[in-house]
Design a protein around this ligand. Structure first.
Ligand code: 3H9
Length: 703
């Protein structure tokens, strides 16, 4: 028997333990190991359990890449055959589920004859999140156990289900409050000697008219999982369970699975799955670097960002001081925090007790008196270098010598802030995204002198706060906003050249962005960029074309949603509508730029804006501001609404082909001048036939 599956006996009950840490993925050898038990004559029933922290967390996702790279569409992962062996076994098999039984894990459990689940465990078919559908009978067995509506919900939505719900739905037979193995062995003894109950033979829950359920699910998927193919494929596969005999349904599922597996969407989503984990492993931070434990934090500034950051700490159970200059601002900040928490309670996200607990962790203060308690202080005051330098020099005196001093700046120079202190090695940028308690990205900015310990502490803290922490270098706008500059610049230029405001936003929304670039500006506040452009004196640079419209809108006091007017006009519910005043501004700016309006299609809008991201991303990579293309991709997917199913801007460029991207960028350079000069790295990789994703590996190999 494979070492990946260990066998022992409790009397006449054989116990198979999957032993493939960390998550018992169904790597080669695991399914075979499970199937081998059938021939053993001494046992009467079998319990299948996961070793370590979980049952089987699914197929080994890394294997999918090998299948698609081999280009063999005929050879699927082949798990269903093994599961059939388990299901066809003459001896009853009881699955004992703890941790997570996801994907192929739940499918394995459903091919067993009975299921016992630990009270804290979860089951689910999350394949859609990887651009896939269940590929080992999940879409056929789940409706037979849980009913068609629940199966559609789980297979198309991908959300996990807790024990009580799984029991009520019929996915599991029992929930074990105490010792799971003992409960499963007990059940195995009860069913030993009886004919196994085979899921494939169950029919009761399939009867009825399900057309309405399928139609509603399709409509929901088109809205909520915009542009994704896997949810629709999952619904089709469950429909096959209702309409076709089991074996035919399995074949339909397999065909749909293969279509999804070979799609660009799935490859991109798998890139994102591993990318989110890869960014946490920073090559320049040695593995044995000691991270400081953060027991207490402090935040300076109780505005939108400061308040949100305080909530992030409280949500993670870390006590946090929240400081403001005057009592009124502090009260306003605390009231906003309370209101946000109350909304979450209303939506059923957590209980009123949890809310009070979290509020209790946030200590509003007007002085620095208690700041010596904090292990990390995060400054979230107004975006202005002189002000921030002043705050840092003050924090340097009021904080403990070992404390980390972090800035939530989105663009300013971390080294300048470090120089304002006597501990630049302890100074780092922690750039949260608004709303801080919702957005998953934390851009962590190292200065020239930031120590490895400080970096390691910030990265570990990101994980504890439930954020995707990405370490980047120091430059204006770091990675995220530096790339966003050219992206939004081109959006403005396109409007100056003749594209309608709505057309620009629509084209990028259709591309998959969470919002169009102009609507995003209105949401974030147009004044933010305006002040930064003034701080850096951008308008003085007459050697390149400067966007005109947004500055004009800001001069008119149109800062976006917060003032009810920006690129659009907003009603009290913040619904956007077209504003003819903006048309007049656009016409004036067009005249000033010496342009005549021309027709611009969606394809040009997408190329101009997205390739502006990519070209700047390439510069960022070659300068080492981002260590790897995956760092940029994760910043854009988790912080800027870039569609995960396109993998991030650098991954997307790789899928288009860098030669094609380069040629388009070079065309834009001819038309629009040096703002479009192709990044040397883009040029080089296009010539070599390389990719951004591969470049990191090559560079490492060379180094
Ligand atoms: C599937 O099953 C298709 C089927 O229908 C069958 C078709 C035939 N494979 O997340 P963590 C790694 S599709 C390979 O940090 P946590 C992960 O990369 C699959 N590796 O831990 C990480 O590696 P590293 C359906 C995997 O406790 C390490 O394990 N299943 C897999 O925060 C620890 O992971 C899913 O989609 C895998 N399946 O969360 C489940 N899973 O240390 C995906 C994890 O080198 N997994 N790794 O960075 C998860 O959702 C979470 O990992 C889980 C644990 C909740 C299980």
């Amino acid at each position: 028997m494979s070492e990946l599956v260990l066998k022992s006996c409790q009397g006449a009950v054989g116990v198979l333990t999957v032993n493939n840490p960390p998550v018992n993925a169904l790597s080669p050898g695991v399914p075979e190991g499970i199937a081998e038990f059938a021939g053993d004559g001494t046992i009467e029933a079998v319990v299948l359990i996961g070793g370590g922290r979980t049952f089987i967390a699914g197929a080994d996702i890394r294997e999918f890449g090998k299948l698609t790279a081999a280009g063999d569409r005929e050879r699927g992962p082949g798990l269903e055959g093994v599961l059939e062996k388990i299901e066809n076994s003459g001896k009853p098999v009881v699955a004992a589920i703890h941790g997570t039984a996801f994907g192929g894990g739940l499918e394995t459990a459903m091919a067993c004859h009975y299921r016992v689940m630990a009270a804290g465990a979860q089951v689910g078919q999350p394949e859609v999140k990887l651009g896939l559908i269940p590929g080992a009978g999940g879409t056929q067995r789940l409706p037979r156990l849980a009913g068609v509506a629940k199966a559609v919900e789980m297979c198309a939505g991908g959300e996990p289900v807790k024990a009580a719900e799984a029991l009520a739905a019929g996915i599991v037979d029992r929930v074990a409050e105490g010792d799971l193995l003992a409960a499963a062995v007990e059940m195995a003894r009860e069913v030993a000697g009886k004919a196994p109950r085979r899921t494939r033979e169950l029919k009761e829950k399939l009867g009825g008219d399900w057309e309405g359920v399928f139609a509603a699910a399709r409509e929901g998927a088109r809205k909520k999982q915009r542009n994704l193919i896997a949810p629709l494929a999952a619904i089709e596969a469950v429909e096959a369970a209702v309409k076709l005999p089991f074996d035919e349904g399995i074949r339909r599922e397999a065909a749909l699975f293969q279509d999804c597996l070979f799609s660009e969407q799935s490859k991109a989503l798998i890139h994102v799955f591993f990318g989110e984990r890869e960014v946490a492993k920073v090559p320049e931070i040695p593995k044995d670097t000691a991270a400081m434990e953060v027991k207490t934090a402090a935040v300076v500034g109780a505005g939108t960002m400061g308040g949100g950051i305080a909530m992030v700490f409280a949500n993670a159970g870390i006590p946090v001081l929240l400081k403001e200059m005057d009592a009124e601002a502090l009260e306003r900040g605390m009231a906003t925090i309370r209101r946000n928490y109350e909304n979450s309670v209303k939506k059923g996200r957590f209980s009123p007790e949890t809310m009070e607990q979290r509020l209790g962790l946030i200590r509003p203060v007007l002085t620095f008196d208690a700041f010596h308690e904090a292990d990390i202080v995060i400054e979230a005051v107004y975006e202005g270098l002189e002000l921030k330098k002043k705050v840092f020099s003050e924090l340097n005196t009021v904080s403990r010598r070992e404390a980390i001093l972090a800035s939530n700046t989105s663009t300013l120079d971390i080294d300048a802030l470090g120089e304002a202190t006597s501990r630049p090695e302890k100074v780092i940028g922690t750039h949260f995204f608004s709303p801080a308690n919702v957005m998953r990205l934390l851009e962590i900015v190292k200065g020239q002198k930031t120590s490895k310990e400080t970096m390691a502490t910030a990265m570990a803290l990101a994980k504890r706060l439930g954020k995707v922490g990405v370490l980047v270098g120091n430059c204006r706008g770091f990675v995220g906003n530096r790339m966003f500059g050219p992206y939004r610049r081109e959006a403005q230029f396109l409007v100056e050249e003749g594209a309608a405001v709505e057309a620009v936003d629509e084209a990028l929304y259709e591309f998959g962005m969470a919002m169009g670039p102009l609507a995003t500006g209105d949401l974030a506040g147009l004044d933010v960029g305006w002040r930064i452009r003034k701080e850096f004196g951008d308008a003085a640079d007459t050697s390149v074309r400067q966007p005109l419209i947004e500055d004009r809108l800001c001069e008119m006091g149109r800062f976006g949603q917060k003032t009810g007017e920006g690129w659009y006009r907003y009603d009290v519910q913040r619904r956007a509508s077209h504003d003819e005043k903006v048309d007049r501004v656009i016409a004036e700016c067009r005249k000033q730029a010496g342009l005549t309006a021309r027709a611009i299609g969606a394809a040009e809008i997408v190329d101009r804006t997205i390739y502006a991201l990519v070209n700047e991303g390439a510069r960022i990579l070659e300068e080492g501001i981002a260590g790897r293309a995956v760092d940029i991709d994760m910043i854009y997917v988790t912080g800027y609404g870039f569609p995960a199913y396109r993998g991030g801007p650098m991954w997307y460029a790789d899928t288009v082909g860098l030669r094609k991207v380069y040629e388009r960028v070079a065309e834009f350079e001819k038309e629009h001048g040096r703002l479009w000069t192709p990044a040397p790295l883009l040029k080089q990789l296009a010539a070599e036939g390389g990719t951004f994703a591969g470049w990191r590996a090559e560079r490492r190999a060379a180094g």
